[in-house]
Design a protein. Sequence first.
Length: 180
Amino acid sequence: MNVAFIGDSAGAYLSTMVALKSGISSYKIKLLISLYGVFDIVEWEQYTNKTRSDFVVNKLFGTDSSSGYDVYRDGNPLVQIEKVARNPIFGTEYMLINGEEDTVVLPENQTLAFSYKLSELKIPFTMHKISDRGHFWFTKNGNIAMNQDDGDLYKYPISEVRPVILEKLNATLSKNSEEQ
């Protein structure tokens, strides 16, 4: 069985956590495509608490990282990837996509930090950066016309990442089908 996940922002975080925490089924996930995802939840809590007034991460976890250390550690992809990488049957590949102008989820503290960890652990990954975009550009309009040439899938920047995503999906899932 070949499974791939794709998610943007919180969806990227949730997809990553499923791939890292869902037991043996997570080892069936061959590819995870993250668009401007959160990978270091402690860093993001600190950043959002400085830049926002709604304490969104504290609400999500029901506590702050200093009081709920174990909860944050268990919910932190940057920590969890080290645990699953030790398992010889772990085989998820990552595609990391972000806008370089993102001020909601800072690429250097999230996507880039996670890519360094993947590299250190020798986990395969690719990166794709959109130089002139910030956050929410992938699903911003919500009503993507999947079958129309004038739909959002054919407009920049989705038009740039769409073929890259499809090529990666095809290559990864085809390769894994041949190996089975």
